[in-house]
Design a protein around this ligand. Sequence first.
Ligand code: UD1
Ligand code: UDP
Length: 383
Amino acid sequence: MSKRFAVIAGARPNFMKVAPILRAFTARGVQPLLVHTGQHYDAKMSGSFFEVLGLPAADVNFNVGSGTHARQTAAVMIAFEEWAESQALDAVVVVGDVNSTMACAIAAAKIGLPIAHVEAGLRAFDRAMPEEVNRIVTDSLSTWLFAPSADGCANLVAEGAEPARIHLVGNVMADSLFASLDRARGRRPAESLQLPARFGLITLHRPALVDDPDRLAMVLQAIAGVDPDVPFLFPVHPRTRANLRDALLDAPNIRLTDPLDYLDFIALEELAAVVVTDSGGVQEETTLLGTPCVTVRENTERPITLTHGTNTLVGFDLERLRSAVSLALTSSRPSLPAIPLWDGGAAERIVDVLLADPPVVRFIPPGLSGAAGFDGPGARYGT
Ligand code: UD1
Ligand code: UDP
């Protein structure tokens, strides 16, 4: 009998991560249960992604909604525990670093369910970020640690995770991007939004920036001031909207929209002259697309996008922000080699490991063991 897996999604950046995993399971004849925690619930933060990513309807939705960290986390834990105890599950798959990820991991661990963490090992080394706490807790509880890049493996080893739990599989964000890009281009959102050939794209939603209205205003005005002839499209995350009141008074070339659906967003990300962001996923997608990215954060848990990609970290320094945006607007695009394993096949590697019998110990693709942050050569399938 095939194993019963539950795959958890709760917030916007989870949907594009679970879609390829569900497809890879289905291709192997396994039908996992899809759990939606309801952390995000607006049509433009949740429903639209089911449509464009071809996700099946969730088997259950806990509808937890918004709340303080403790309230939201607790609501997911309570709902997940009650549901999971009636499901005879064999394992739980969690993705990313949102509150729903950690909440389901804690609840699963307490009822003895093995956990697979997709996007394991990423660290910003900044515990003031709620996501960093979620990452550390989730990784510490997971049986399978699926790292997107070698830095993730190295971080896990440094924290004492047994190498046998760590699998270097690549990035599921790449899987979704490559699977969706042709359809996205066909939508031609730049035309329907009447954007000129040269435009910029902005996404900002981290509390460290958007919960401070003055900082948000200064950042937006700095971006807008680089070249008043370049329009910037800014799909506004619901967390950010309340603090935009006065931020745009001196930024007439910034155009606000509601959050875009995934296909429109990635199509614009590819065409944009520059993307200014504090999103984790957007740092990765811009690297995959070769679009210059300026990240308004003091740190990143995705350093490979700095060393091997198109990302520039400017902190909250307005001068560095202006220079990085200006450079992107005036330079030709870099041509960079692809990052190993960001190739569209991560979900298949994950599902291969999860379904392997006998179990796989420490999967590292051939040729990458030396770069994977381990001391010795990695074990492969069946070892
Ligand atoms: C969450 C994640 C963050 C992720 C982001 C992706 C945590 C701790 N944070 O941040 O890691 O990068 O999602 O987008 O898990 N709201 C709505 N409609 C919705 C959802 C939220 O209006 O559908 C508003 C509510 O006012 C809510 C606020 O946005 O209080 C924040 O939502 P929440 O899920 O708590 O955190 P995010 O900032 O979205
Ligand atoms: N995204 C989207 N519409 C938008 C903004 C972002 O579809 O208006 C997508 C983006 O392509 C990426 C994901 O949302 O796949 C990133 O999610 P988010 O920035 O909310 O969270 P983070 O990655 O920072 O956790």
